[in-house]
Ligand binder design. Sequence first.
Ligand SMILES: Nc1ncnc2c1ncn2[C@@H]1O[C@H](COP(=O)(O)OP(=O)(O)OP(=O)(O)O)[C@@H](O)[C@H]1O
Length: 315
Amino acid sequence: MITIDSLTRVYGGFRAVDDVTFTAEPGRVTGFLGPNGAGKSTTMRVLVGLTPATSGSATVCGADFRDLPNPARQVGVLLDASAQHAGRTGREILTIAAQTIGMPTSRVAQMLELVSLTPTEADRRVRGYSLGMRQRLGIAAALLGDPEVLILDEPANGLDPAGIRWMRDLLRGFAAEGGTVLLSSHLLGEIEVVADDIVVIGHGRIVAQGTKTELLAGAGTVVLPAAPTDLDRLRRVLSDAGLAVVGGDADAGLRVEGEPADVGRAAHAADVPLARLAPADGAGLEDMFLQLTADTQRESAPTLTATTRPQGAAA
Ligand SMILES: Nc1ncnc2c1ncn2[C@@H]1O[C@H](COP(=O)(O)OP(=O)(O)OP(=O)(O)O)[C@@H](O)[C@H]1O
């Protein structure tokens, strides 16, 4: 169990984390989602005692992390996969960690196998590891003490699609056995596939939180007319029926605030044949994430133009 209560962290007058309150429950994966610079890492750093809170509190397993007698036996932490000693091999890093926290060294081989680092890879120095291999080693280190809580900052960074699926299964399995998982990401897709609960942060403040199901429930409907030329007419029909069109386009379909049955009824009454009518699901959550964090987003990515395109690149 993780409890963050009215947590604020100020750096020289800048509120990196501003009155943040949420819990991460046992048996569930809690996704901590927000754009770059939103305050996710700072919250996690306070949680594991790496930086002090300005006010409020953050506890894990009912205690301040620094008060846990042997924290690695209760809490597995992966905040920065590149923070490992580059001159040691993966196996050496895990062996030293196992000795430090009082775990049998036999657990090292088990963890290496769990994270799919081969014996040859485990005997290579970490400086030669890819980012994905470092993440796997970091996960192995976090799990070494057989903890009940996992705190992971952007754990999917550098993993290939198979690695991301592996991570998802691992975290879901950990939660299914009663563990508490808190993982951060700035990528909605990563959080959406693995989390039971989602906490969205922007500009240091919580902008939405709830179960994934609750957050999806308000996501609306996606509707696409059978004939592209009917798109504008459909917009008018829906608007006349009091159903707000809040996004979408001719390819993805319109996203409408309302239930599919109401949207379908309005289209049917106006004789607009439909090609698609469905709950918005992931698309809706994406819109929600962008809307909720709109005022905290950096400017949208510039398009690649002739002046920004690398020389020699195709037009
Ligand atoms: N030690 C520090 N001193 C001053 N400002 C800091 C410090 N650490 C973080 N910040 C600022 O606090 C804000 C939140 O940073 P944080 O790293 O927590 O964001 P984040 O949500 O983890 O972002 P990302 O997804 O980019 O990792 C940023 O504006 C950052 O510049």
